[in-house]
Write a protein that binds this ligand. Structure first.
Ligand SMILES: [Zn+2]
Length: 284
């Protein structure tokens, strides 16, 4: 077990216990909230080796965050690509891309089946990914993608990247601060980092759900950021936050008018329970 006994954002040692919840394997996990900065995180989590049982193939076929039956289906691939495109527009990414040279390199950390790696390859990037799950890496490699299996923190690269992305990844990491620090070092000057994660704090639809919130999956999700704590994490490590958006309400039933209205409000007024953030490496 890894115990989180210090807040990763503000070093505070003072937390309150929010609640405990059972994992898919029947163990109880307790969610804490930092009294100083509001960061939420699990009190303790299985270590990197132990936690692998939660990431077996089953995770990608039955329990995906998107609520789809099969992570590897063409319909899901199309839907994921549609969402990437919207996210990149919202973050004004295409203007950043326009000003880069011909050789553009990107790395997707926690790339799963490699859909974003493929999306960027199709846009003419030298596109790579890294992923822990062997099933996902096999799938990506069979599709001709440059995806390696491994732990990002233990992997060296012989080149710098113009873009590093972490899509729905940072909430899973045991050491998010160290990963952001390494990403800073792996980026070229003026390189960009893009992240998406579930969002706590502020005016937020997740508050209607309490412990039933769709992203409180323990222990797969370890850290729960607000806009403020995610910005702080990035700024402490040399990034300057450029843009952010929130979206998603999970209000009512999928496909209903009330869901559509709630999703619209969530996006329009930054009340969503998911967020996307772009930040630039500031030269040291
Ligand atoms: Zn804190």
């Amino acid at each position: 077990m890894k115990h989180n006994n210090k807040c990763i954002i503000c070093d505070s040692l003072s937390f309150k216990g929010l609640f405990s919840k059972e994992s898919a394997h029947g163990e109880q996990f307790t969610l804490l909230k930092c009294r100083t900065c509001g960061m939420e995180f699990l009190a303790s989590v299985p270590d990197e080796e132990e936690i692998k049982k939660y990431y077996e193939r089953e995770y990608f076929t039955k329990r995906t965050e998107w609520g789809y039956d099969n992570y590897f289906s063409p319909a899901l691939k199309a839907e994921i690509e549609r969402v990437f495109k919207l996210n990149l527009e919202d973050l004004d990414f295409y203007n950043f891309e326009k000003n880069l040279g011909r050789e553009k390199r990107c790395l997707d950390i926690g790339c799963a089946a490699g859909y974003f790696v493929g999306y960027m390859k199709d846009r003419g990037w030298d596109s790579a990914g890294i992923e822990i799950s062997g099933d996902c890496v096999d799938f990506a490699q069979k599709n001709g993608l440059n995806v390696i299996q491994g732990d990002y923190l233990k992997t060296g690269f012989n080149r710098k990247f113009d873009l590093i992305t972490l899509w729905a990844t940072i909430e899973h990491l045991h050491r998010p601060g160290e990963v952001i620090e390494k990403a800073y070092n792996d980026l070229a000057d003026n390189g960009m980092i893009l992240l998406s994660t579930c969002r706590t704090g502020g005016l937020n639809f997740m508050k209607l759900k309490g412990k039933r919130w769709r992203f409180y999956n323990f222990p797969e999700h370890i850290f729960f950021f607000s806009i403020k704590t995610l910005k702080t994490l990035l700024e402490q490590r040399g990034f300057s936050v450029i843009n952010y958006r929130t979206y998603g309400s999970d209000f009512g039933k999928s496909g209903t008018i009330s869901r559509k209205v709630a999703d619209y409000i969530a996006k329009r007024y930054n009340m969503g329970d998911m967020m996307i953030v772009s930040a630039k490496k500031v030269k040291d």
